[in-house]
Design a protein around this ligand. Structure first.
Ligand code: SF4
Length: 393
């Protein structure tokens, strides 16, 4: 979507004017300064010469990279396609070039490990009321201004004082001991620990556990298709339906995210979408309508969509939380447009936490926090009208 809404135009123009005043006093505006203010790309950069001198216990050669001249390498995992000279560290901070080879430094050393209710991911249409063994290493390919997990997502693997030692077989073992039905790759950006994730996922599948990917969906086609072979479900962010906002809020691009949605849909993998409504950035009704239009046209009405409430965090700690009325309105809009299952999140006691049959509108699943006091599905059908409810039940 290239057209700016009135709100975005005003926002961009105000930023442009402020930039011009700071840069040039009250002299004439330069077109390039306006463009910079509207786009303001915060994408991360390769850290030159920042790699450690040698590998450590938790290093693993990269799954997908190309060697080019002068011992440089190109990582093929995500659209950042980092080009690393020997001694360089990646945008995601957990991958380095040592002696002309690409290594992940985050293999087997997660920094966060928990057993969570699956509803926390959020996944509302996949094995409700089960436990997901959840883990993350440091690292992310985005730079979201509002990141809630920035202490781990923006850190280098060795910077955190605490971490676990869990190689893939240990993770499967720990998940089984915790009586989890699934393993969730989550909290930071799992694509950046791809080698670790896929090795765990292969063992997990053999052991009868499900694999859940909670991601910003910023990944290239080749690793995504490899992951799909062992993936059961995903929670995918759509940060905004606007490339300029992706650049200035998240440090990414929109199109690769949309490509991921289409691929997962074509592969028949259940996934749910989350859209965090950030005041002043993504609370634009026209943009929400356009996003829902794209969803309906490209992946149909059955993938659940969650509008999440923003709370002040990280570099956006002075913004107010999203007004409840805005979330209620977006949920109504999305359902009116034809998306079957639309939720609101980070907002207890709102009816948008519950699941209602898209055909007869009866209450199917009532949620109170992570508890489910009411459950009216029989197998994968509505108890009242026998309509098949999308998901894996
Ligand atoms: S996964 Fe990391 S190293 Fe690879 S391209 Fe993305 S940001 Fe760069």
């Amino acid at each position: 979507m290239n057209k700016l809404s009135r709100r975005q135009f005003i926002y961009g123009s105000a930023a442009c004017l402020a930039t011009a005043i700071v840069s040039h006093g009250f002299g004439p505006l330069r077109p390039d300064s306006c463009e910079a203010a509207v786009v303001n790309d915060i994408r991360g950069k390769v850290l030159k010469g920042d790699a450690p001198e040698k590998l450590w216990k938790w290093s693993h050669e990269g799954f997908l990279y190309k060697k080019i001249k002068n011992d440089k390498v190109i990582c093929g995992i995500c659209p950042n396609r980092c080009i690393l000279a020997p001694g360089d560290r990646s945008v995601c901070r957990s991958r380095v070039n040592l002696d002309g080879k690409l290594y992940s430094l985050a293999y087997g050393n997660p920094c966060s490990v928990n057993t969570d209710p699956i509803e926390k991911k959020p996944l509302y249409h996949f094995k409700p009321h089960t436990k997901a063994f959840s883990l993350a290493t440091t690292g992310c390919n985005f730079r979201c201004l509002n990141c809630q997990n920035w202490e781990i997502s923006q850190a280098r693997p060795h910077e955190l004082g605490h971490h676990y030692e869990l190689f893939p077989a240990d993770v499967v073992d720990a998940a089984q001991k915790a009586r989890a039905r699934s393993i969730a790759y989550t909290y930071s950006e799992p694509s950046t620990f791809f080698e670790y994730m896929i090795d765990i996922a292969r063992l997990a599948r053999e052991a009868g556990l499900y694999n859940l990917w909670v991601s910003n969906a910023y990944i290239n086609a080749e690793p995504l298709l490899a992951l799909c072979k062992v993936l059961d479900s995903a929670t995918l962010n759509i940060k905004a339906y606007h490339d300029g906002i992706y650049r200035k809020l998240n440090g990414g691009r929109l199109q690769p995210v949309l490509n991921t949605f289409k691929t997962l849909h074509e592969q028949g993998i259940h996934f749910e979408m989350i859209n965090l409504v950030v005041p002043g950035y993504t609370d634009d009704e026209d943009m929400v309508k356009a996003m829902c239009g794209w969803i309906l046209e490209n992946i149909g009405p059955d993938h659940p969509l969650h509008f999440l409430r923003f709370f002040p965090s990280y570099k956006l700690d002075r913004l107010p939380p999203t007004p409840v009325s805005v979330l209620t309105r977006y949920r109504e809009l999305a359902m009116q447009q034809g998306i079957h299952y639309v939720y609101v999140g980070n907002l207890p006691h709102h009816e948008g936490n519950n699941t209602y049959c898209h055909n007869c509108k009866e209450l199917l699943i009532e949620r109170k926090g992570y508890f489910i006091p009411t459950y009216n599905l029989v197998g994968n059908h509505c108890k009242f009208c026998d309509t098949r409810i999308p998901g894996v039940w």
